[in-house]
Write a protein that binds this ligand. Structure first.
Ligand SMILES: [Zn+2]
Length: 583
């Protein structure tokens, strides 16, 4: 009954807006807090998606639902880079940006080509790591003991009789006065390192960020640092608690073709062989060299740790099939009215996992409705709102929809290595990944809480909604380092990555936790991440309006948000010659 009452209104309003765009929102949407009555109505009424081309300039449930429904439909085939699903997705996004009157951000194109290399091991299960002491060789098996790969995507890689060094956490962190490589020469050697960082190892809140993971704790960093020191191979010792996921996740992640940017497009050095070994395999490897893994591991947690050369040599040979291809970032620009060379970025990745015909149970498509149809829908709603805003924002706004987020964040990595606008003039990146339509909450959770002044921007925006910011519920998982904002941060651009918190108006923290756990277990990275017409968008609308207010302030003010004094990314901003504060 409700449906038939509400549906004609939605359609009528939408149809009207197609002929004559509604007046731009005069007041900042942050102050336009959803009134309780409206929220109740929104929650009660099923959302009827507007049809193509009938979107409003306001941030509405109907618009958000329509975008997600379309992006997660069978027609988009799970939005896998390099498939017909990519064409459907990028075409849809370009159509939307053109409808809003936004400009192509890459000269006359809405696309930025991202070259990629796929490298697949030939007969992976036959590969062994051979650890020799004297003439005595001990073999470590692929999958059960270790996984390895060619990080430079070379067809053939051979590491022979390489000296093995235990380098603790493999961290060089000047702001924490920590250097596991001090006085160490690892050129051509094999570095064995621990996952996470000494703060986690020691559970000492004064070391690094204590139990909260830092970038130094993440595995891509370990490989980068080993490569900077000229190592031939880098092996990370897996530990479920320290990595925040079990060994099976490592094995799955390293199975099949591994994507990367071509070496020619990525200036950072790469270690020829990278991989992981299990804790048990590490104990065996160290014992083979007459060393005690557990004792050495413990010593790595304390200041004054000295790296240890193991009395053993490592050999491994890898054959890979290498295939070059490309995908596209989608880029749209709203030029600033006063300082167009200063850029505020909104980002939300479009890619997902495609389809798998072998999946049992009927649905072979990874729809990616929440991940990240929701973030893309929010980005489109923000773009529409800014495009209609009067007066126009003073700084330019770039709407960046990266590809290959699910593949090591390669699309945003490529953008930050080949930025269309100088990163030193890029004010901030506001990234959206998985906005969950589970109703209104009293808070927004900042993933990467405490990193920069962006926290304060969001706190101010939420005040108008009588809401508050909270920190990441699970900082030990290092989620801050697992979406596209990371690449901006690494280049020193302050970032904001936030989503509706657990403290739901309806049911409190318990209900929020329950909804989140249900999503994680039942839907996340599964075909079950489908569009659901019963979703309650009222909370997402508030979240998106708050992110709108943050972007609006960044676009109109003259100052530049700063990193916190102890952030690992502060140095990168300083190195990039910070933009002047005054004009
Ligand atoms: Zn995602």
């Amino acid at each position: 009954m409700r449906l038939s009452l509400f549906a004609p209104c939605v359609v009528a309003l939408a149809a009207c807006s197609q002929q004559a765009p509604p007046p731009a929102p005069a007041a900042p949407p942050a102050s336009a807090t959803l009134q309780p009555a409206a929220a109740a109505a929104a929650a009660a009424a099923p959302v009827v998606p507007t049809r193509d081309g009938r979107f409003t300039a306001d941030i509405t449930a109907a618009d958000l639902a329509a975008h997600v429904q379309r992006l997660a439909s069978d027609e988009f085939e799970g939005r896998k880079p390099g498939t017909i699903g990519e064409r459907a997705t990028t075409t849809y996004l370009i159509d939307q940006f053109q409808r809003m009157g936004l400009k192509p951000a890459n000269k006359d194109s809405f696309l930025q080509r991202v070259p990629m290399v796929a490298s697949a091991l030939v007969d992976a299960d036959a590969i062994t790591l051979d650890v020799a002491t004297g003439g005595n060789v001990e073999k470590f098996a692929y999958r059960s003991d270790m996984v390895v790969g060619s990080l430079q995507a070379n067809a053939q890689v051979e590491v022979k009789d390489s000296d093995i060094v235990f380098a603790g956490y493999g961290v060089v962190a000047p702001e924490h006065q920590w250097n596991d490589y001090a006085g160490l020469d690892v050129k051509g050697k094999t570095v064995v390192v621990l996952v996470n960082d000494p703060g986690f190892g020691n559970h000492d809140a004064s070391l690094f960020s204590g139990d909260a993971m830092t970038y130094y704790g993440r595995w891509p960093y370990k490989f980068e640092e080993a490569a900077r020191h000229g190592a031939a191979a880098c092996l990370i010792v897996h530990d479920t608690a320290a990595a925040a996921y079990p060994w099976e996740v490592v094995v799955t992640g390293w199975s099949g073709p591994q994507l990367s940017l071509p070496v020619s497009e990525d200036p950072d050095p790469r270690v020829p062989v990278g991989g992981w070994i299990t804790t048990q395999a590490a104990r065996r490897l160290f014992a083979k060299a007459g060393a005690d893994f557990d004792a050495l591991k413990k010593s790595a947690d304390a200041r004054g740790f000295t790296p240890t050369a193991l009395a053993a040599k490592l050999s491994v040979t890898l054959h890979s099939q290498v295939h070059n291809s490309s995908s596209d970032n989608v880029v749209a620009l709203l030029p600033g009215s006063e300082r167009p060379d200063e850029i505020v970025v909104y980002s939300a990745h479009w890619d997902h996992f495609g389809k798998d015909p072998l999946l049992k149970g009927g649905d072979a498509i990874f729809h990616g409705a929440i991940d990240n149809g929701s973030g893309v829908a929010a980005l489109l709603e923000l773009a529409d709102a800014f495009a209609h805003q009067q007066p126009a924002p003073k700084r330019s706004i770039l709407f960046l929809v990266p590809t290959l987020e699910e593949s090591l964040l390669l699309g945003s990595r490529y953008y930050t290595l080949h930025p269309l606008f100088p990163l030193a003039r890029t004010v901030a990146d506001i990234n959206m990944d998985e906005l969950i339509p589970w109703g209104r909450s009293r808070d927004m959770a900042i993933i990467g809480f405490g990193q920069s002044q962006m926290d304060g921007y969001l706190a101010d925006a939420l005040k108008a909604q009588q809401r508050v910011i909270v920190g990441d519920e699970e900082p030990e998982k290092g989620m801050f380092y697992r979406s596209d904002q990371l690449n901006f941060a690494r280049k020193g651009v302050p970032v904001l990555f936030a989503r509706g918190g657990f403290d739901k108006l309806d049911g409190g923290k318990q209900a929020g936790r329950k909804a989140y756990d249900e999503f994680t277990h039942e839907h996340y990275h599964k075909p079950a991440d489908r569009y659901d017409p019963a979703w309650d968008w009222s909370g997402v609308i508030e979240d998106v309006k708050a992110l709108y207010a943050v972007g609006q302030r960044l676009a109109d003010e003259e100052s530049w948000p700063q990193w916190s004094a102890d952030s690992e990314f502060r140095g990168a901003r300083e190195a990039a010659k910070p933009a002047p504060k005054k004009h």
